[in-house]
Structure formats: structure tokens, C-alpha cells
Design a protein around this ligand. Sequence first.
Ligand code: GLA
Length: 729
Amino acid sequence: MQIKFHEESRLFQLDSKNSTYAFQINEGGYLVHLYYGKKLSSLQGLEKNAFRGVYDSLSPQNPYVDDPYFSLDIAPLEFPCNGAGDFRISALSVRGEKGDTVTDMHYVSHRILSGKPGLSGLPAAFGEEGKAQTLEIELTDKVTGVRAFLLYTVFADFDVITRSARLENGGQSPVDLERAYSACLELPGMGFDCIHLHGRWAKENTAVRHPLQHGLQGIQSKRGMTGPNHNPFMALAAQGAGEESGEVYGLNLIYSGNFAIDMEVDDRGVTRVLAGINPADFRWRLEPGEVFTTPEVVLAYSNEGLGGMSRTFHKFYIEHLMRSAWAKKKRPLLINSWEAAFFDFDDEKLVEFAKAAKDLGIEMLVMDDGWFGDRHDDFRALGDWQVNEEKLKGGLQSLIKRVNDLGVSFGIWYEPEMINPDSDLYRAHPDWAVCAPGREKSLSRHQCVLDMTRKDVRDNIFQQMYDVISQNNIEYIKWDCNRHISEAASLSLPPERQGEFFHRYVLGVYDLMDRITTAFPHILLENCSSGGGRFDPGMLYYSPQIWASDNTDAIERLSIQFGASLCYPASSMGAHVSANTRTDISTRAAVAMWGTFGYELDPRLLTEEEKEAVRAQVADYHKYYDLTHYGDLYRLNTPTENPHFCDWMFVSPDKSEALYTRVIMRRPGKVYQVQRLQGLDPDRLYKDEETGEVYAGGVLMQAGLDLSARQWADLGDGTCVVKHFTAQP
Ligand code: GLA
């Protein structure tokens, strides 16, 4: 059993493979956090951890606990509430009918469920009986009558705990939720570094690491979408923890809207971490009997450094988050028309692309932006999802048939959440574009956001998409989202509910995505938001791959993919070989191989030499598919830390083969370079498939691979070394 309740001490023990999480109901009915870390064989003495730090006379004494030294202000708490004596950041704040925000939750009951329940309207990890166990704890606030149900799921094969909260108004009057985080993590001190992913358009997911400091710190989005600026991910690494050693706690929020991961280090040097919906611009009215569900947080524990944490996230997401049948099914090798043609294409050009692509071994053609309405540029037509038959003469059916007849499957681009003022949809429904009453609309990429909080809007877009998809042999959709939300308000919500807009928008997007993927389960969905602007676990639930960046320069891609790999598997990172010629085509392929792999160029323009190179890459794609999609990733040299090299490797789960890649960003001169490999079996022999040389796994990992050897000494900037090692019988 993974979840135990020790009756006598009223202590919950949640054990994963290598970790223990423990907390206790104290005499006041508060849930006091005791421990999260390496698995414990006995909890004897753990209760002494219920006090963190020294009681201060300025901290309020608690009326429910008969101990003058107990104060909510210093207690480590599972779900800290606002206003009853805890002055730190709180997970929950409810404004009741009397107007105050004092919130004080006490234990009522708990139950342990086998498997994991879904979350209403929200993407969430899943796990059936035998693979997951869930603890549900009911708390209540006696004044407002609000009940909180805290959910903790432990997974049998992963060092992962997921958490969320369901809030129910059990009182007689309406209340407003003003803060409703998903989970709180109390760390025993401040000796941790935060590692998170910041970025911008074309430079997403850049990893940074810095120590915790006293006071408030954190990351957030207020953009309506997650955005490229901060990923909803945070790792807290014990100081000194590195890639493959030390303790790391990873947090990733399964949410695609305004999020916050807040941290507060208090005066005693104790750290509280909260993750959930950003309370900025949030207020949710709960009428009696109504329920609000917070998004889910994934907590991953590793005592094998950041690498261990990443490998846990990767496998967990493939096994327990990506619900698409494509999560574990071989994906088609595709070519996308965007960088090859932008808006300038017709049926003839696309058929020529397909012909040239087929000749190279490519399996699918994706027709990007520009196929619908009056769309000749990005000024118009978003919202008019009817085929432009001037461009695609004979219609979509005829085009897809011609492409299919060549033995190439077909995919299509959509941007369902958006509308251009110059569109038939806007002319018919100007009120469907998001705008606060009396305000001018700020355009972004000449477009507005559709009010996805409204069912009539979603129904219209669903029907338009359904009509096209159901009548055509479409096997892939790229779902784009190219602006963020300003002047946020919905004309369909009363003033007291406008604080619900942002979350309702996200729920609306999830609803539409759910309807499309349910109606067309065979379709491979790839998300995109001006590149990797909505690269989050919420999207992974619906789409097993996400376009990682509009930046397809192989060198620039290194830091983007390195950062994303902290929590997202290679199989989820949309990565293509483009016509960007700053690096050799082999380097572009080596970098794209650390992702879904595909092409984003005009295949007709390739030289014979390049065509040969592409055919070899296509063969490698098939050869290494399992390794890169299901293998264990080891990051060896990080592009944000090492100015010269970026090195990584994939090792098959049984350690029988490995694919090592080095990209030389800037050659360091003829110095001695040896690179220690990771993840191999030290006791097995591995053959370098290119040279036939055989090495002991231990030699490659401890003594390392000599990369200053003659054949590599002259490799210039932007080149790469790729090595395939196979274990010898
Ligand atoms: C976004 C995407 C691109 C492409 C264009 C089309 O920028 O990130 O890949 O689809 O939109 O307009």
C-alpha cells in the first residue's frame, strides 16, 4: 500500500518508489506537514518536525491548540489559509458574506481510493487501480461553510505525487474565492536553488538557476495563456545538487492559463512554495452548493539530481498524462509548409511538395496557415474556417486525394481561439471578440481573442472545424494560438463574475480541445503558440507533441530544447530541420532528432547532396525512434553553462544501446577534451557502430570518450558528433 494512515498518531504516510511524504492532523484539526524526501523505512520521531523554527511572541497563539507555542504563523502546513494567524502567503482565501477574508480550515474526514479520479473540466494525470492510490481529505471552515477536499495521488512506479483541491460552498450564502492554489510545499529551510524556465518569442524555455532569498519570489503569467515568458515549472534543488546527484523537488502545473508559482522564505529561513492559479485578476463566486476545482500540480522527487527528476517527468507524462493514442504510437515523419511557403501556396505547389517529400521518405504533409477564408496574409480571415478554393482549386478533398495517392498523409493548421476584425465571423458577431465594456481593443498580430468562456462561440468554432475535418481525410492538426489576452472581460458574465474570466477562458479551450479530440480520436494533435508559448502539461494532456519554437536555428534551439527537457519528454518537443543554413544540415538533423523530428523547408530546392543527406536522416529517424522517444535522457553539457559544447545522450531502458550527440557551438581550440558519458552499464562492453571500437561502459563513464582525437580535432563551429553505441553480447 502506498498510502497509510497511522490512527494513533493521526499521521498520513505517502510512499512512492523512493520517496516518503508525511503529514499529521494535529489537535486543532490542522494538517501539519512533516516530511518530503528520500524514502523512510520508519517514521519514529518524525512528529518532532511539526514545529519549524522558534515561536515568536508576535505570532498569534492558536485558539484550537492547547500549546502556547503553537502558531499557524510558524507551522508547516499542507493547505495554509488566509487571515487566522498565518502571515505568510496562503493557498486559500475566501471572502464570506460578512465581507472579511478570514479562512480557517479544519479536518473533518478522509478516505483512501484506489486509482485516481479525474478532475472535472480540467486535464489531469490518470492512473488506474494498482498503478495509483488517492488520498482525499475533507476540511471545513465553520463560518463560511466552505469545504475543501484535498487530493493526493501516489503512483506505484514513479516518484510522483499529484495534488489538487476541490472547493465546495457548503454554506447558505455566496462566497468569493480570492486565492485558490492547488498545493503548498513546505521546505525545511532555504538552502535550495530555484531552477526555472524563462523566455520570450523564439527564445523559449531558457533555464536559469539561482539561490532562494529571504522574502517573496516566484514566477507567473497574467497573459491568459501560459506564455513563453515563464513555464509553469519550478525545480528546487538542494544547494550542491547537480545533473546527476543531489536532492531535487520538481513542480509542474497542469494548467494553460494564468498561473503562479510563489515562494516565500520567512524570517526564520523556512520556505513555503505555492503553485496554482494566479490570484492576480482572479475572483470566483461560489453560490451555495457550487464547486470549484483547482488545476493539478505534479510533484516529482529525485535524489539523482536534475537528470533523475527529468527522467521521472518524461516517463510519467508518457504513461500518465498524454491521453492521446499517439503518446505511444509511432508518429508520422512530417514536412510542414510554413517556412517553405508562408502564405504563398496553392494546390499545385502543395502536391509538388508532397511529391518531393515522398521521394525523400517523408510520410506526411502539413498545410500550415493560409488555406481558409480570404487568408493571404496575417491581417485577415481568422474565424472563417472554410477552404479557400481560389488557392486550393477543386477543394480540399481533391488536394488530399492527390497527396494521399502519392502515399503521403495530410495534416492541417488551425488557430481556433482567434478572430481577425477583417473576417466574416467578426462582421457577424463583433461581440465575440474579447473586450471590456467601453474599451478599445488592442490588436496583436492584427487579431483579437474569441470569447472562449461562451458556449455559443465554442459551438460555432467546433461546428466549423467539424465540417472540414469530418469531410476530409485529415490525420493531423496543428492548433496554434498567436496572441495573449488584453482588455479581458466577457459580455456574458455579470460584473461580480468578471474575475472568473481568465479561468473560464482556459476551461473553454480545454472543452473545445476535448470535443475535437473526442470526435476525431485518430488525429495527431500538435499544439503551438507562436512556437513554444503554451508548452505546458495541460496541453500535453490533449496533444502529445507541441511545436517547441519558431526559432529553427539549430544552435539557438539547443538552449530551448535543453530547457524544455527539464520536464518535457523529447517525444513532445516539435523539432524540424529547416532551411536555416547557419549550420550544416547534419547538425540541424542531430538537433531535431532530440524532438519529434520533421522538416520545415521547400523539398524541391534541396541539392542532390542534401537529398542524400535527408534520406540518410530519415533512415536514422526510424533507426533511433525508440531510443529518442522512450530512452532515458542524460544532459552532459548545458548550452547555457558551457560556451563551447552542448552534449546529450539517450540510453535505452535496458542499457543495450545509446545515442550520444555533441554540437560544437564554438570550438575551443586544440585542447584536450574528454567527455564522460552517463547511464550506461559499467560492466558491459559497448561498440561504437561507426568505428567498430569497443569500450567498457565503465571506461566511457569514468575515463570518458576522448574527443580531442585526430578525426575530431578540426571540427568547426556548428558541426556535430553523433555516436551510436551498442552493447556487445
Ligand atoms: C505561428 C506558428 C508558426 C506558423 C505561423 C502561421 O507563428 O508558431 O509555426 O504556424 O503561426 O501563421
